[in-house]
Ligand binder design. Structure first.
Ligand SMILES: [Zn+2]
Length: 485
């Protein structure tokens, strides 16, 4: 959890971006009208990578990082831009995603790794991202979105006063492209280039199609569950949103890579499974674990209960919960090492007008302060701050309208007042789930394995997806499976 936003770079980068120049495209060799030289691209990538590491901390597993880097460097060496320095990183996020920054920074989430089932599939994801780098898609996208977004400002959802910096960050400007894809043509080009890099490094380029199929299935399955739970499905990388796995053009570009293929290809299934043994699945302890509507943060030492039935979304710098009918939301943020009393912390943190009414009190023996106020937009907010262990925690709730706000006020207060030091029993609940390798016995089915799985009522589908057996495959005796414990 972090407070505030990274330093803004928009102004400096705007100056850079306006120095438009024609650059040679590394893939086509032709002249490309992009508004950035290679030196500027590398600088932009470096600055953006600092922002990414705020939002997506590195996953702490040196062996896994080395493995992913080794696969990445091999592919990068066979790419159209072998001369730039690539960095491959696994980030500690349960999201299913991979993205690349200008200049050779490539990220994969630990969330996507759970659903891949061989080194060749991992290579396909990375090769696709290298394709975006070599074809300079993010540079082109950045140039376009800078023009569109100058002057826009970043605002938090509940408490904009906490996060507002008045200007756009590089991540904010690029995040649409980074996290949702670049549009169909660029995605197909990245697939084509990725398939070529796979073939040149001894992987079967068909792994590109397998990955699209696996992640497409995952997406459909998640959308089905989301519908049944009345929530929004998660957003995915454009690779999987822009084309189905039976797409003719995708098959064409992958097929064309066959001419670079080596005689023997490497799949690397058991290598991959071995490295994934122990990988955190779902929430991580560093960011707090969500169970139902409850948030347990063993590292910071607190627990909090959002209203029952609300959907909790946890991010490195905040936790948010929304009501089932999505007409009210709550947010919690950390204020590191605040100075002064709870009332002063609340007044400063929320930039309340001098003289605003603040009640002081305590929550489970911890010093606290509470206020009801209006945001500059006119939206009413109920907020509390509680001090514990040298840190402050702001917990706030707001609703669509004043009438809804009054209806939810009691829920907001109960949630704010549920903040407490984590107990020993709760610490046990705060343990993360992990991937474990399991050798299937005779008679095992995904349904029988699902019965003892902590993944709940959808476990059978998830286990199939993680083991290349969706929608109807079953394990054979002696087969190594990834399960979750
Ligand atoms: Zn892509």
């Amino acid at each position: 959890m972090r407070f505030g936003l990274p330093e803004t770079l928009a102004a400096a980068l705007l100056a850079t971006a306006l120095l438009a120049n024609c650059a040679t495209n590394p893939v086509t060799g032709g002249q490309d009208f992009v508004m950035m030289s290679e030196a500027d691209e590398l600088r932009l990538g470096q600055k953006a990578s600092a922002e990414v590491s705020e939002e997506y901390p590195e996953y702490r597993d040196p062996e896994l990082q080395r493995y992913v880097n080794r696969v990445g460097q091999k592919l990068a060496g066979a790419s159209h831009r072998p001369n730039i320095q690539y960095r491959f990183k696994v980030v500690d996020s349960p999201e299913i995603n991979a993205f690349a920054l200008p200049g050779g920074y490539v990220y994969v989430t630990r969330g996507i790794l759970a659903y891949l089932d061989s080194e060749a599939e991992l290579a396909a994801v990375i090769a696709h991202e290298i394709g975006h780098v070599t074809a300079r898609h993010s540079v082109r996208q950045y140039s376009a979105s800078m023009a569109a977004q100058i002057g826009a400002s970043v605002v938090g959802i509940v408490v904009p006063e906490l996060g507002s910096s008045g200007a756009q960050s590089v991540m904010g400007t690029m995040s649409d492209a980074l996290l949702k894809g670049y549009g169909r043509d660029h995605e197909l080009e990245a697939d084509r280039l990725g398939a070529e890099y796979l073939a040149r490094t001894g992987y079967d380029p068909q792994a590109m199609i397998q990955v699209v199929a696996v992640l497409k299935d995952q997406e459909l399955f998640d959308a089905e569950i989301a519908r049944s739970e009345g929530r929004e499905p998660s957003a995915y990388h454009g690779l999987f949103a822009t084309h189905p796995d039976n797409d003719t053009r995708l098959k064409e570009v992958v097929g064309a890579a066959g001419k670079y293929a080596k005689a023997a290809t490497f799949e690397g299934k058991s290598d991959y499974q071995r490295v994934m043994d122990g990988l955190v699945f779902g929430d991580s302890p560093e960011q707090g674990i969500v169970r139902g509507s409850d948030l347990y943060h063993a590292e910071l030492g607190f627990a909090l209960q959002f209203p029952a039935g609300w959907r909790v979304k946890n991010a490195p710098d905040r936790a948010q919960a929304s009501s089932p009918s999505r007409d009210a939301i709550m947010e919690m943020r950390l204020i590191e090492k605040p100075q002064g009393t709870p009332a002063e912390t609340l007044r400063r943190g929320l930039r309340l007008a001098p003289g605003s009414a603040i009640e002081t009190g305590s929550i489970h023996g911890l010093p606290a302060a509470f206020a009801t106020y209006q945001q500059s937009s006119g939206r009413p907010v109920r907020a509390g701050v509680v001090l514990m262990g040298g840190n402050g925690y702001v917990i706030a709730g707001t609703a669509k309208s004043a009438a809804e706000f009054n209806r939810y006020l009691r829920n907001f207060d109960i949630a704010i007042r549920s903040f407490h030091r984590i107990s020993d029993d709760e610490r046990k609940l705060a343990r993360p789930l992990r991937i474990k390798l399991y050798t299937a016995k005779k008679g095992d089915t995904f349904a029988s394995l699902a019965k003892t799985s902590p993944l709940g009522k959808n476990a059978e589908g998830y286990l199939r997806l993680m083991n290349s057996a969706y929608p109807r495959g079953e394990p054979g005796p002696g087969q190594t499976l990834k399960i979750v414990e």
